[in-house]
Unconditional design. Structure first.
Length: 301
């Protein structure tokens, strides 16, 4: 995929050591956002949530990245699937809810019905097909480690690709921990502004900052302090709108406070005013170096 000029201009400035002067369209156009979706957002891994979100057979929840959507569902304790949230017939979402519980997923567009493992069960079209085994939602590599659900959104196939190792040496085992709060925050910012703000504001998540901060892919990170944890998952929706989810996790036997979420809201308001006055924001050179390293074509990497 050929990158938009607004992105390649950043690369040239980074590699030449020049001052970074982003084109305003780097933050506003669909073409740039689409290139980021293809080249950056779907890189592994994404820490999606705590394993307790799938505590009962039939539990499922939705994960969106731009215009792409995944549904994570528990068929059984040892059978959890990360699937493309798009009907095999016309690509319509089969899961519109943020989360739910059931034994099937249903496409409202033409009535195609799927078992909780993504197998097509009773389509209203193609009734002559007797063997349904080859009709299933593509699946992504996923794994649950140390109590967290990880997804690799870079590749989907009828059979889930093999999950590659994840470096979890720096994080505690959260398998027995408890989720004490889960909250989504919305902004009218481009995701680049939100990522830099969140990635440089650990003191907003934990008073006084965190002890560790571990990134998982470009869109998620885990902070820990005194055995408790906070998972931050960035949700780019489109060029001018980005959300993030904050999942607070308490160690066993510790009823940790939910945190100063009102303080986060206020900090977002103040930063939002700054971005409104200066749409290109205050992204530093380190951000642009990271961004270009992730975006540039493989032949140049």
């Amino acid at each position: 995929m050929e990158l938009p000029d607004q992105i390649t201009a950043i690369g040239e400035q980074v590699e030449a050591g020049d001052e970074i002067t982003p084109d305003p369209d780097l933050f506003e156009t669909y073409e740039v956002f689409a290139a980021e979706l293809t080249s950056l957002f779907i890189k592994p891994w994404l820490a999606a949530d705590h394993a307790s979100r799938l505590s009962v057979d039939g539990d499922y929840f939705r994960v969106d990245i731009g215009g792409r959507s995944m549904v994570i569902a528990r068929q059984a304790q040892d059978k959890i699937h990360a699937m493309r949230n798009a009907c095999l017939h016309a690509g319509y979402r089969i899961c519109e809810e943020e989360e739910g519980r059931g034994d099937h997923l249903f496409c409202r567009y033409h009535g195609w019905d799927y078992a909780i493992d993504g197998m097509l069960t009773d389509p209203m079209l193609r009734p002559e097909e007797k063997d349904r085994s080859r009709f299933r939602l593509p699946r992504y590599a996923m794994q649950i480690s140390k109590g967290l659900i990880f997804i690799d959104p870079s590749l989907a196939a009828p059979n889930a690709p093999e999950a590659k190792p994840i470096d979890l040496a720096d994080i505690p085992d959260l398998g027995e921990a408890t989720v004490v709060s889960r909250k989504r925050f919305s902004t009218t910012w481009n995701w680049k502004h939100l990522r830099q703000f969140l990635w440089s504001s650990n003191d907003l998540i934990f008073d006084g900052g965190s002890e560790t901060a571990t990134e998982f892919g470009p869109l998620s990170k885990l902070l820990t302090k005194n055995g408790d944890a906070a998972l931050v998952r960035l949700i780019p929706r489109y060029a001018g709108h980005s959300d993030f989810e904050l999942v607070r996790i308490a160690r066993p036997g510790h009823n940790a406070a939910a945190g100063d979420e009102a303080g986060i809201e206020e900090a977002l308001r103040v930063e939002g005013d700054k971005i409104a006055d200066k749409p290109e924001g205050n992204l530093d050179r380190d951000f642009y170096a990271w961004y270009w390293a992730a975006m540039k074509p493989a032949a140049e990497a």
